[in-house]
Ligand binder design. Structure first.
Ligand SMILES: Nc1nc2c(c(=O)[nH]1)N[C@H]1C(S)=C(S)[C@@H](COP(=O)(O)OP(=O)(O)OC[C@H]3O[C@@H](n4cnc5c(=O)[nH]c(N)nc54)[C@H](O)[C@@H]3O)O[C@H]1N2
Ligand SMILES: Nc1nc2c(c(=O)[nH]1)N[C@H]1C(S)=C(S)[C@@H](COP(=O)(O)OP(=O)(O)OC[C@H]3O[C@@H](n4cnc5c(=O)[nH]c(N)nc54)[C@H](O)[C@@H]3O)O[C@H]1N2
Ligand SMILES: [Mo]
Length: 693
């Protein structure tokens, strides 16, 4: 059990000076262990924990600015009530009692008619198990509110991996340092997984070859030995081509395939239809590149694949993950601890979700589930038998959907509905908070307790509160506890303290004593998890072809699927994260925004010349869903035929109050019902004469 919280002190206390153990809350695979220096009740510095192996004493540039973000002059410190029209961002200060009484009354009235008209909307603003889906989930379950399918980031890859391996599991990240070949597949590690990059450099120094597979020439691609700039959404075809070569050259580990996989003949037959020249045509690369990659992969031991979520944000993203996940089973790469694949490690953690979220509070009710990735359409839907009631109330926490959800024009239209009652728990006046009826100030990671897992390493972490809540801010948990009490939801678990919730988070294996003492604890797992098979599927084998049989699926928006659309909008657009933002978090931290500059669109010199676009020129990026204005960066970071709009800017910082999601759509991936942010066609045109503005 947890002892009551007294912020941990791990150094002899100078006058008013102490160090608190914390964890980075952000949606990033690194989940760093942090030490916070507190002087006279104020957090003055955050540093990476030198003892935590994945963090090894270093924080990224963004998170090293966490105090700047926390003490930001625009931090929300009091509850606010809307006074202007929806979306105007005009609010007045109110007391907590006024705000919570009114919110409770409004929600109770809706719940009395139909609780499913109330929808929670949350994602991973904090990845904490306590400030994420614990008391909040209990509150919505007790109400019988609509449920939310949390698909906006990773569900295509996660569900695909679960079909193949039985869970979101893979290599220990540390062992990449010993790999001899590393494929960085759909990931810009230097930007999005910096601590992994340190391990890659160790491997490189020891002689490993690094291959980056990414349509964009990222910083990461620049530092690898080889960069394969395939067209977005063609990874499944590349994987099939590699399997083709493994078969044709008999670079297969027959013993591993025989003992630890299922349905190999079906996958083998499909792959034989993908000779390198066909793959090359689909992917927009050379056939020789496919042959060489297959040879390198098959003949270098140990060979490891760092797959990341960048490549699954397309129609065929789930299938592509399954095809890539087959590779280390076919060559037996899993036999070595430095071989195999890592997409996510989160499935290794024994998180007790039922204890945290208490689905039993539904008491037999089965409210509908709405997909967060189609929030634009769903907010605009009327009541219908297949849909259920119109959404009348939306409670947003840990997310900024107006900026991050696809097809923003519809999302904004939905959020502007005068008959929608919206409550937003936030640190800042985001694009979403601008559309709230009430904005409630939430605490940051420095001000609340939490426990964390990671999707990029295998250590559980603790976050102790370092300082008292700023202003009148409250933890998400506290806000939901108080709302529950006001609404007469009286199950005792709705009043569990944060300490109690933290103690309920892990079912086993996590020694809370050690967590408290050191701030982190490594999970007890085998070093080479699938050296002898033992996948988490019911059969214990890697399911190569079960379920929806994996195949290459061209993008929704591509010449292959829709030639007429491709004729009008010939450029594919991807919108990967900017290095100095974390999705839309940190966009309002001036020092970081200064580094990113302004919303940019990278375009290849040939594509720019064909459109008379000069570097630095304002451009219009458009398709049938809208127009987004930004500045052209003419650069070979973009490959011909593909433009890169780095995200995710707040709309209100955009030239015309839009961001890249003005152009994205709400169609969903093959597996996992996820958005297809990188499966988009656009055209680009100058917005003003070159040299103008
Ligand atoms: N600095 C920073 N770090 C972050 C984030 C951030 O916003 N900023 N976001 C965090 C979050 S929420 C997540 S989910 C992770 C994401 O982590 P990753 O999945 O590693 O995401 P990215 O770094 O965006 O890598 C995506 C890369 O995939 C490339 N890509 C796009 N389409 C394709 C494709 O079809 N095929 C292939 N092979 N590559 C493609 C992009 O050009 C980009 O370089 O990062 C986390 N870390
Ligand atoms: N075009 C395009 N769109 C994308 C992506 C892309 O690559 N391209 N990436 C997608 C991905 S991978 C993801 S994960 C999503 C991310 O989408 P979101 O999960 O919405 O992430 P953020 O934009 O970082 O917004 C998180 C918000 O939570 C708030 N927050 C943080 N901690 C707390 C807390 O303790 N309490 C409360 N109440 N609030 C808190 C932060 O202030 C921030 O405004 O975006 C997706 N959207
Ligand atoms: Mo994400």
């Amino acid at each position: 059990m947890f002892v009551p919280i007294v912020p941990a002190v791990d150094r002899p206390s100078l006058a008013g000076h102490r160090t608190v153990r914390a964890a980075c809350p952000h949606d990033c695979p690194d989940t760093c262990a942090i030490r916070v220096t507190v002087e006279d009740g104020r957090a003055v510095k955050v540093q990476g924990d030198p003892d935590h192996p994945p963090t090894h004493g270093a924080l990224c540039q963004k998170v090293s600015r966490y105090p700047e973000r926390t003490y930001h002059a625009e931090r929300l410190l009091h509850p606010l009530r809307r006074v202007g029209p929806k979306g105007s961002g005009r609010f007045e200060r109110v007391s907590w009692d006024e705000a919570l009484d009114d919110i409770a009354a409004r929600l109770s009235a809706i719940a009395a008619r139909n609780p499913e008209a109330i929808l929670p909307y949350s994602y991973a603003g904090t990845m904490g198990l306590v400030q994420g889906e614990s008391i909040a989930a209990r509150f919505f379950h007790a109400l019988g509110a609509s449920r939310l399918d949390r698909t906006i980031c990773a569900s295509a890859g996660s569900e695909a991996l679960t079909l193949s391996y039985g869970g979101k599991v893979g290599m220990h990240v540390e062992h990449f340092a010993e790999s001899r070949l590393i494929l960085l597949w759909g990931t810009n590690s230097i930007a999005s997984n910096l601590h992994f990059w340190t391990l890659v450099q160790q491997a490189k120094r020891a002689g490993a070859k690094l291959v980056c597979i990414d349509p964009r020439r990222t910083d990461t691609a620049d530092k690898c030995h080889q960069h394969i700039a395939l067209l977005p959404g063609t990874d499944g075809a590349l994987a099939l081509g590699l399997i083709h070569e493994l078969v044709c050259h008999d670079w297969l580990d027959h013993d591993y395939i025989e003992r630890h996989t299922a349905d190999w003949p079906a996958l083998r037959a499909r792959a034989l239809q993908w000779p390198p020249h066909r793959v090359a045509e689909v992917c927009g690369i050379d056939a020789e590149t496919v042959r060489q990659l297959a040879r390198d992969y098959a003949t270098t031991r140990p060979a490891a694949i760092r797959l990341n979520y960048g490549m699954q944000r397309v129609r065929g993203g789930g299938n592509a993950v399954r095809l890539i996940a087959a590779l280390p089973c076919l060559t037996g790469a899993w036999r070595h601890r430095a071989g195999g694949l890592l997409l996510s490690a989160s499935g290794w953690f024994p998180v007790d979700r039922a204890a945290l979220q208490r689905p039993d509070l539904l008491a037999g009710r089965q409210p509908r589930t709405l997909n967060m990735s189609t929030i634009g359409d769903d907010l605009l839907r009327d009541a219908a038998p297949a849909f259920g009631p119109k959404v009348e109330a939306l409670i947003v926490y840990n997310s900024n959907p107006v900026a991050v959800a696809p097809e923003s024009a519809k999302v904004v239209q939905g959020f502007r509905r005068e008959d929608l009652f919206t409550v937003v728990l936030e640190h800042f006046q985001t694009d979403t908070a601008d559309h709230a009826d009430y904005v409630l100030p939430a605490t940051t990671q420095l001000e609340h307790l939490d426990v964390h897992t990671s999707y990029g390493h295998t250590y559980a972490l603790l976050n102790e509160p370092a300082v008292a809540p700023l202003g009148e801010a409250k933890p998400n948990t506290q806000i939901f506890r108080e709302l529950a009490a006001r609404m007469g939801l009286d199950h005792p678990c709705l009043q569990d303290s944060d300490e109690a919730v933290a103690a309920q988070a892990f079912a086993r294996d996590v020694d809370l004593g050690a967590l408290r003492e050191r701030g982190w604890v490594k999970l007890p797992l085998p070093e080479a998890p699938f050296a002898n098979g033992g996948f988490l599927t019911p059969s214990g084998r890697c399911e190569l072809d079960a379920g929806a049989s994996p195949d290459y699926l061209p993008n929704y928006e591509s010449a292959a699927s829709d030639p007429q659309l491709a004729a009008r909008y010939p450029l594919a657009m991807i919108s990967p994260p900017a290095r100095n933002f974390l999705n839309s978090t940190f966009v309002n931290v001036q020092s970081l925004r200064d580094i990113e500059g302004e919303p940019l669109l990278e375009i290849h010199p040939e594509d720019a010349a064909a459109r008379r676009i000069a570097d630095g020129q304002p451009v219009r990026v458009f398709n049938d869903r809208g127009v987004h204005r930004c500045t052209a960066r003419v650069s070979t970071r973009a490959r011909p035929g593909v433009v890169n709009g780095l995200g995710i800017w707040w709309r209100k910082f955009g030239v015309d109050g839009t961001n890249v999601n003005q152009l994205t759509h709400q169609r969903l991936t093959d597996i996992g019902r996820a958005p297809c942010f990188y499966d988009v066609l656009v055209e680009v045109a100058p917005d003003a004469p070159a040299g103008g503005v």
